[in-house]
Design a protein around this ligand. Sequence first.
Ligand SMILES: Cc1cc2nc3c(=O)[nH]c(=O)nc-3n(C[C@H](O)[C@H](O)[C@H](O)COP(=O)(O)O)c2cc1C
Length: 458
Amino acid sequence: MTPQQVTDLRDFVALLEERNELRRISPEVDPHLEIAAITDRVCKGAAERRALFFKQVRGHRLPVLTNLFGSLRRAAWAVGLEEIDQLRLRLLAELTRYGVGSAAERFCCLLAEPAWQAQLVADGPCQEVVMDSPDLRLLPALHCWPGDGGRFLTQPLVFTRDPETGRGNCGMYRVQLFGRDQATLRWRPGSGGARHQSAWAERGEAMPVAIVLGGDPAAIYAACAPLPDEANELALAGWLRRRPLAMMPCLTNELAVPATAEFVIEGLVEPGARRMEGPFGNHRGGYDPAAPAALLRVTAITHRKNPLFPATITGPPPMESGYLAKLSERLLLALLQADFPQIVDINMPIETIFHGVTLLAVRRQRDGDIAQLARDLWSRKPFKRSKLLLFVDGQTDVQDARGCFWRAINRVDAQRDLVHDGPRLAIDATGLPAQPLASDPAMKALLESRWAEYGLDG
Ligand SMILES: Cc1cc2nc3c(=O)[nH]c(=O)nc-3n(C[C@H](O)[C@H](O)[C@H](O)COP(=O)(O)O)c2cc1C
């Protein structure tokens, strides 16, 4: 199996197993804290950070999968590639087909191509089993941290649509489960789901929602990709996969969901229906406090035969979500390079990725152009809330974050090289020493030829 042949979570599991990137755990484990604690330890380096397949989950008959996307390699495989930078190269090459406009506008044109639009199909495995009486208690949802408010779906794809335009949205928003048939949807203000909720509430109508677990890993990534508002997540999944995503109509509402999903939870949010959700352990190392969130009343649950139950753990980095974010970093770099060819590479270190720190290698042309570039970037959506932009020269490897901080500390004159804009800071560390230290080329070649002779390896 190759990454490009993957169509659903089962193919992805088979690929990970083939490539020795997944461990099956046989002893019974508890969905209350234990699975999360094991996964956290693996994300921090145990078991070579492999994906985990928990075969026996206490109180349930279904297996739970975690950390599927938890490495750069696996994140690349999930979207059909062998290596994440292929994503940048592909986007950069394809953007050239769309002549005018900013890179973001051209990206939207690319995603609007008919070839990438999801297509309705009449039949698909996601409805192989229809629960007679929908019961959320049958799902092995995880309680991740001791202070969490309960059991959550942590890797859900939440489908909604705009009541006026009919345009759909698919976002990854956490879902807390309550009893047989209630769940809360915690979408941030401004997110696609939150905008749709307001639009339905204004009309005084109940909003249809479908929550999906599993399916094509490219769609799972697309649900959490920070796309321009006009861009469609499912088209991104189609573009990544080089074929449209197959969608099935829901049973109890007019939404459609990926045909190869493991689970589909259909429901309605009545106007103004809310319930307290949380607390929930977050990536900043604390808890999001309990707060009111949209309340869903479940109308149907369908699933595949022998369904898999995917989950992720949120918490201090490194965690799985950081690797998904690295895919977005590569897409963002392609868009940046299309507009600013002087940008050689960027790195949003996993420890800082959700806090707006970006290291940028740039070819500097004139004095003052770094300050201008910082301002141009801050005016764009991905960098609006950026805390720190650190610019280094085009030869510096920004993937080596330690090296970048060493350079910044050594080269920066705080009077001259810092650019402030409200809470945002940019550091211009592009200046090079008059005579940079570098090994003698002849000595480098000599070491290359004699290295084995010194007997230092092995
Ligand atoms: C594991 C994970 C969990 C997330 N949880 C939430 C969440 O609970 N609420 C939220 O608004 N965004 C959450 N996000 C971020 C959104 O998925 C992301 O911002 C996405 O682009 C939202 O799509 P939208 O722009 O269509 O709203 C999460 C992302 C990941 C990777």
